[in-house]
Design a binder for this molecule. Structure first.
Ligand code: GLN
Length: 484
């Protein structure tokens, strides 16, 4: 087995025992990167050569170290909407093409404390708005399982890189499904923590009441390991919660006897591809054999989740993106006659169509006379969705659903039809609307394309999610499969 095929956990043990040097690990991933990155284009800024230099420095440091942190010398890729001091953070937008943050996001500080090695900044849909990376201002990332297909989005670069095995783990962000949907499409594990679990300080804001950073990994244990590092209250993010962080790896390997799993009937609808339905229901039955109890539940209001999300998320985006005005930072149009023209040309040239669509939708929904009819109503739907989940959680411990209605679609297939694109998040957005944790793990293949299943947990109960996800993972070897 090559080093690039190993999990973070396995690599960490090798480094801790000083059996393998960080440079050997990074070199192994670099070889793999040289072969596959030109095919999939996961990086906006590829730092894999620089990573090797850093790894060599780590080799030297390690010689005199007594305590070696868990992620010391290990390569990790970061979505390009998470601020990295001194390294360009573009949000895959022309607006921020040359923006170099003067500070690190809190999650990056935490990774730095561990001595991780940044391999690069990964591609996304512009400002994380999209489901395929086709909205990136630079290029579309390819799905490592089929180069004619999308990797999902918006964290498509992060998921494709892990799926291809050019990096063992990455961070993504999830506002309506952007960690879980690409994880499903690329055959990897993607965890969206409870809103408030992980600091958003330094995550470029899209929809502040929904955004959350989380890990994308090959194994469930690696997701637990990374969550241990990034979770916790941050004085720099007032929406992060002061809830104790358990050792998430302690849930790995625990048996699942007696755990009640809810199957919401609204998630097994006609639009769901029958092959996906079969794979997800089979997975549920396998968990039942391990001692879990399956319970049919109902979440009727989730059918309005997409509609309400596409009012709330654009409303928040229209406000958050007002800061890109050509004055404070980012792109400024080269030619203009007056201030107003400078604003409007800057924003016209700096943003692409989807971002403009969201800004217009949001501005409209928040405007006087329409606020009550749209924004306020959507907030009421959001509350109902939350209450329904909480009612169901009186009966069950977790909820199991498909992550996506179908496998990865072809590049270009949905670009002319925003509604079709929005619908690819039909099973993930309600989780953000209710601020809950959700994880997608591989549960099979359809025509050699990965299928994902989603587990949804109670607020701050990432532990049970990881426990059940791991119980399923260990019955299969999906994480050992790499695309040809
Ligand atoms: N695809 C959804 C959107 O376009 C979700 C994106 C996300 O989670 N960042 O808004």
């Amino acid at each position: 087995m090559s080093l690039w095929q190993k999990s973070l956990k396995e690599l960490s043990e090798l480094v801790k025992k000083k059996e393998v040097k960080p440079s050997e690990i990074v070199e192994s991933f670099l070889e793999r990167t040289k072969e596959f990155e030109p095919k999939i284009n996961s990086y906006v800024t590829d730092l894999s050569e620089e990573a090797l230099e850093k790894a060599k420095e780590a080799d030297e440091k390690i010689a005199s170290m007594e305590e070696i942190p868990l992620l010391f010398g290990l390569p990790i890729a970061i979505k390009d909407n998470i601020s990295t001091k001194g390294t360009r953070t573009t949000c895959s937008s022309k607006m921020l093409e040359n923006y170099v943050p003067p500070f690190d996001a809190t999650v990056i500080e935490k990774l730095n404390d561990q001595g991780y090695i940044l391999t690069g900044k990964t591609n996304l849909d512009e400002f994380a708005m999209g489901s395929s990376t086709e909205n990136s201002a630079f290029f579309t990332t390819k799905n490592p399982w089929d180069l004619e297909r999308v990797p999902g989005g918006s964290s498509g670069g992060s998921a494709a890189a892990v799926g291809a095995g050019i990096v063992p783990a990455s961070l993504g962000s999830d506002t309506g499904g952007s960690i879980r949907q690409p994880a499903a499409f690329c055959g990897v594990v993607g965890l969206k923590p409870t809103y408030g679990r992980v600091s958003r300080y330094g995550l470029v804001a899209f929809a502040s009441s929904l955004d959350q950073i989380g890990p994308i990994t090959r194994t469930v244990e690696d997701a637990a390991l990374l969550l241990n590092v990034i979770a916790g209250k941050d004085p720099k993010d007032s929406t992060s919660d002061d809830v104790p962080v358990p050792d998430y790896t302690s849930f790995i390997g625990k048996d699942i006897k007696g755990i009640k799993i809810g199957l919401p009937k609204e998630f097994f609808i006609e639009e769901l591809n029958p092959k996906i339905k079969e794979a997800v229901l089979n997975a549920a039955k396998e968990l039942e054999k391990e001692g879990a109890e399956l319970v049919e539940v109902s979440l009727p209001t989730t059918k309005y989740a997409i509609e309400a999300y596409y009012i709330i998320a654009p409303s928040e985006a229209s406000s958050n993106l007002a800061r890109y005005d050509g004055v404070r930072y980012g792109y400024r149009t080269p030619e203009y006659k007056n201030l107003e023209e400078m604003y409007s040309k800057t924003r016209d040239e700096g943003f692409r169509a989807e971002v403009k669509r969201r800004i217009m939708l949001g501005t409209f929904a928040l405007s006087s006379g329409y606020y009550d009819a749209y924004y306020l109503k959507a907030q009421k739907v959001r509350t109902l969705i939350y209450q329904e989940f909480m009612n169901v959680f009186k009966e069950v411990d977790i909820i199991l659903t498909p992550t996506t209605p179908d496998v990865a679609f072809k590049i270009g297939e949905k670009t002319d039809d925003p509604i079709q694109m929005y619908l690819s998040d039909i099973f993930t957005v309600s989780v953000n609307m209710a601020s809950l944790p959700g994880i997608s793990i591989p549960c099979g293949f359809k025509d050699n394309l990965p299928i994902g299943m989603q587990l949804i947990g109670k607020p701050y109960d990432e532990g049970t999610l990881l426990q059940v996800a791991h119980a399923y993972e260990r019955m299969h070897d999906y994480y050992k499969k790499f695309p040809a």
